[in-house]
Design a protein around this ligand. Structure first.
Ligand code: DHB
Length: 341
């Protein structure tokens, strides 16, 4: 028998407080863009009030301009997509001059995602961004799957992951939270979380895409120019929810920005219950550029229908519910056994 969820009387949706926190960062709304799916956010401006959403997480920026991997760079997959962009981007100088400036002028809470090929590159990026105003947080992308070698996926090794995070934390302004973006392609994601936490990460972004491949039956070879790519979309949601759940269970105080296949308010709710304090939406914006506003409104309606006045009350609530359920089950079993004795 299911343990009923704690339910109050349904509320008017306007009564629901959607504000949340990610480490020291206060967000009026819990729904942000996910890195890589909306460049530096500006392209969503015709569809959304970017200053009203939780924030924009930029496409990962590198030190130098980069043209990325060979085409084709995208492939459809069941309930998802595979991409192999290869960290294409304008480089940090152009990013600061154009994108960051635009975001600042438009009052957008901006989480700058950074990526590098070495610890030193991450350090130089952090140093370059340190005195730039208008950066709400830094997301350290240590888990891009589309790099030259798996050795560059720092998030697959606890020591390398910690080294990068420590350097970025050291060179970032103390009041700017540093979030480490983790890869699900590891045996024990809690071990990686522990390592980056000890290295000074103020929070985590989870999860990045999963490494995948599509083979074209006509050409009989890999469809993507880069052969492998990152799998995203609803297909990966259960993997992401599981990862958030495991890490929140181990470190309930470590803030998590949850992502992976979120398409609806209900999907976002799953991540909050698992332990995320806010969520990022990526792949869904490709076919619904106003998805973030819709997801936020759906989440508001869903909380109101359950009589929940504050979003912050449901962060990690799935764990509490599960513990209650297990305790109730044990009590029922004990009562049954006593009746039989
Ligand atoms: C790219 C980077 C990522 O972190 C990811 O998950 C997918 C693609 C890229 O630029 O190739």
């Amino acid at each position: 028998m299911a343990t009923p969820a704690p339910a109050g009387r349904p509320l008017d949706p306007v009564q629901v407080d959607l504000s949340t926190r990610l480490a020291t960062l206060r967000l009026p709304d819990p729904v942000l863009t996910a890195s890589g799916c909306a460049a530096a956010g500006r392209e969503l401006a015709p569809f959304l009030d970017l200053a009203a959403i939780g924030g924009v997480v930029t496409k990962s920026i590198m030190l130098e301009p980069r043209s990325g991997r060979p085409t084709p760079r995208m492939a459809e997959t069941p309930s998802g997509m595979l991409n192999s962009i290869g960290l294409q981007g304008p480089g940090v100088e152009a990013f600061v001059a154009k994108d960051l400036r635009w975001l600042r002028e438009h009052g957008v809470r901006t989480i700058v995602s950074i990526a590098g090929g070495s610890t030193q590159e991450y350090q130089r990026l952090a140093q370059r961004l340190r005195h730039e105003p208008g950066i709400a947080a830094i997301e350290v992308n240590i888990s891009c799957p589309n790099v030259e070698s798996r050795g560059q996926v720092f998030a697959c090794d606890p020591f390398s992951a910690a080294q990068v995070v420590q350097v970025v934390r050291r060179h970032t302004a103390p009041d700017v939270p540093v979030l480490a973006k983790l890869s699900p392609d590891v045996t024990d994601i809690v071990a990686i979380a522990r390592s980056v936490r000890e290295a000074g990460a103020d929070g985590l972004s989870m999860i990045n895409t999963l490494l995948g491949m599509v083979i074209d039956p006509d050409t009989m070879r890999p469809l993507l120019g880069g052969m492998t790519g990152g799998l995203s979309g609803p297909a990966i949601r259960p993997v992401a929810v599981r990862a958030v759940w495991q890490v929140h269970a181990a470190y309930p105080d470590l803030p998590i920005l949850g992502m992976g296949g979120i398409r609806t308010g209900r999907d976002a709710f799953e991540f909050l219950l698992a332990g995320a304090s806010a969520v990022s939406v990526g792949t869904a914006v490709f076919n619904d550029p106003s998805a973030l506003a819709r997801i936020s409104a759906e989440l508001r309606g869903l909380l109101a229908a359950r009589g929940i006045a504050r979003l912050s009350d449901v962060v990690g609530l799935g764990h509490v519910q599960q513990a209650r359920h297990v305790a109730a089950q044990a009590a029922r079993r004990a009562a049954q056994e006593e009746a039989l004795a």
